[in-house]
Design a protein around this ligand. Structure first.
Ligand SMILES: Nc1ncnc2c1ncn2[C@@H]1O[C@H](COP(=O)(O)OP(=O)(O)O)[C@@H](O)[C@H]1O
Ligand SMILES: [Mg+2]
Length: 255
């Protein structure tokens, strides 16, 4: 094992998060600790409302924890300045369930836009855009508008946009939630390829078939707490809460 693979790119230490307007003041996350290392692939699973999106929002620092600390690369949630949040986000790739493309721009213009806002040299933009569109298998649709693309293709554009600034980690919030089974498999294959080229991937999903179809690490949340982490050989004993992932603990920890 290469020593640099053990460098955490994401670190949650005893993170509790309560939204200001939370119903009944109930925390969305409770005492959550985990690390994701450089180059790792991690599924984040759990039922709706379990806290998956909250973890992702804390990673791109859209929310700051009520207690505990989130560290992303060199940035700490307890110290980061607003200006640095923008810097951090440029180094993260973020993909959502609903694609979030600019409808009045073509696939290549959507991707180029992500480079323009970072102040990339104009002369470098076309080559970079072509490279990532090829990587996601959409070179032939570069001049199509989102409306002219299938859901799976639109999500590929979103991935191209997320990749164009060479992120050290790609976070995806239910990226296959709006896709049929075939497009889902295609997007998952793409995520594996992105990961094999060295980018860490954190994918929130409630698609347990996907989780079971690979032996990537799986962190399962329920009611804001981690109830299972396949990187920990032993399932934490939380009375009355059993993991539904069905990932056998015996095969866990293989990373
Ligand atoms: N902006 C918000 N304000 C108040 N409560 C919220 C907000 N966002 C999420 N929540 C609550 O936090 C909990 C976790 O939500 P979320 O992280 O979106 O779960 P998941 O992504 O697993 O479905 C839920 O109870 C949800 O209702
Ligand atoms: Mg969510």
């Amino acid at each position: 094992m290469f020593p640099e693979l053990n460098v955490p790119v994401i670190r949650f230490d005893k993170v509790t998060h309560t939204y200001p307007r939370a119903a009944g003041g109930a925390p969305a996350l409770r005492d959550v600790s985990f690390r994701v290392n450089k180059g790792e692939f991690v599924f984040l699973t759990g039922p709706s409302g379990a806290g998956k999106s909250t973890i992702l929002k804390l990673i791109y620092m859209d929310e700051r924890p009520t207690a505990g600390e989130v560290r992303i690369s060199g940035y700490s949630s307890t110290e980061i300045k607003r200006r640095e949040v923008a810097q951090l986000r440029r180094r993260l790739g973020i993909v959502f369930q609903d694609f979030r493309l600019l409808e009045d721009r073509t696939a290549e213009q959507n991707v180029a836009f992500a480079l323009e806002v970072t102040g990339a040299p104009r002369s470098k933009i076309p080559d970079k855009v072509a490279r990532v569109l090829t990587q996601v298998g959409l070179a032939s649709k570069a001049t199509a508008f989102p409306k002219e693309l299938s859901g799976g293709e639109q999500q590929r554009v979103a991935f191209a946009r997320a990749l164009v600034n060479d992120p050290f980690v790609l976070i995806a919030d239910e990226p296959t939630g709006n896709l049929d089974e075939r497009a889902t498999r295609g997007i998952f294959q793409l995520l594996r390829e992105i990961n094999s080229s060295g980018t860490a991937v954190l994918m929130a999903t409630h698609n347990l078939e996907l989780v079971r179809s690979s032996d990537f690490r799986c962190i399962e949340l329920n009611h804001g707490a981690i109830v299972f982490d396949s990187a920990e050989a032993v399932v934490p004993a939380i009375p009355g809460v059993t993991p539904a992932s069905g990932v056998p603990a015996a095969t866990a920890g293989g990373k």
